[in-house]
Write a protein that binds this ligand. Structure first.
Ligand code: ADP
Ligand code: MG
Length: 319
């Protein structure tokens, strides 16, 4: 019987899948079920996932099973994981009758605590060969060498871990609360402090963060924002830079605790997760490493798919 091999990264915010047949897809890690018989009739589906679930959110009971970095052991959460995996496998386009097996890459705490739940939840669709931390899987494609340190900034947490040929043990992983979403909220508070008459949204803050990242203090960035009922030019450079830089000290502290002593030239930091895409972050971290004896900073090439690729590479020796 033919076997399709898949790597699935189940993030708090996004799920991505790659397969040995070349499939590559992603969708939001959000599952919704109709709230009532009337809603079920209107929507015409028993389960909605990702953008579809978001679109019909008012008519659905919604779950983000990996929110908080670990799946609570309730039936509802297990069902949500099963639905995410089913969608991922469907998008991987297995041929009729084809067996599906794969590796799941998940938040570091879930990898440690949820293995059985994940294997069970996926069992209806695929055989799970292994469960690994996504941050570790994401760095595999770069083959950064022993002693490298991965910094994976997701939506609601940041994972810092020491890289090695096998998945890290508990002592090699630090999970910092707060990721991209915390930056958005911090930015919102700072901008409201600066302009109390502003009508700002979290979504708008997220756009600013993704557009500008850690700007230099000296830069100006004029953006049209809604203030007191009309669009006014606002210089957002200082607040955006401050919010995006706020997590850097905590990340460097975690890195310091994971640096292997005596590593010549210092460690390689690998930035993963889409928060790792933040502009200027590479330079800020490189500056910070100088005070710890040096090191270099690099980025995974495709942050959306790196975790899934790294998971798949456990089964097909491409890396
Ligand atoms: N270019 C970018 N610059 C800064 N942040 C980004 C960028 N692209 C995505 N992000 C942020 O990354 C976070 C999501 O990370 P992701 O790895 O997709 O989620 P998760 O691992 O939690 O499922 C969000 O906070 C999003 O705003
Ligand atoms: Mg991620």
């Amino acid at each position: 019987m033919a076997t399709l091999r898949v790597g699935i990264a189940l993030g708090t915010f996004r799920t991505s899948v790659v397969a040995s047949n070349g499939a590559r897809e992603h969708f939001g890690s959000l599952v919704g079920w109709p709230r009532s018989a009337a809603a079920r009739k209107l929507i015409g589906e028993d389960v909605l996932v990702g953008a579809e679930a978001f679109r019909f959110r008012v008519a659905l009971d919604l779950v983000r099973p990996f929110e908080g970095g670990v799946v609570p052991g309730t039936e509802v959460h297990e069902r949500a994981v099963a639905d995410l995996v089913r969608r991922a496998v469907k998008l991987a386009r297995a041929a009729p009758g084809e067996r599906v097996e794969g590796v799941l890459a998940v938040p570091a705490r879930a990898a440690r605590e949820n293995r059985e739940l994940l294997v069970r939840a996926a069992a209806g669709t695929m055989v799970v060969r292994e469960v690994v931390p996504e941050a570790w899987a994401a760095a595999r494609g770069l083959a950064p060498g022993d002693g490298a340190i991965v910094v994976d900034i997701g939506a609601d947490s940041t994972t810092v871990l020491r890289f090695g040929p096998e998945p890290p043990g508990q002592d090699d992983v630090v999970v910092l609360p707060g990721g991209g979403d915390a930056i958005d909220l911090d930015l919102l508070a700072r901008l409201r402090g600066k302009l109390p008459a502003g009508e700002f949204t979290v979504g708008g803050m997220r756009e600013l963060k993704e557009r500008y990242g850690c700007l230099l203090d000296a830069d100006t960035a004029l953006v049209g924002l809604p203030v007191a009922g009309r669009t006014a030019p606002v210089d957002v450079a200082d607040v955006v830079a401050a919010a995006c830089r706020a997590p850097v000290a905590g990340i460097l502290e975690a890195v310091r605790g994971l640096i292997r002593p005596g590593l010549p030239g210092g460690p390689t930091l690998v930035l993963a997760g889409c928060g790792g895409q933040m502009k200027g972050l590479e330079r800020m971290l490189a500056e910070g490493l100088k005070s710890m004896g040096g090191g270099r900073v690099t980025r995974v090439m495709e942050p959306v798919f790196a975790g899934a690729e790294g998971a798949l590479s456990r089964l097909v020796g491409r890396m």
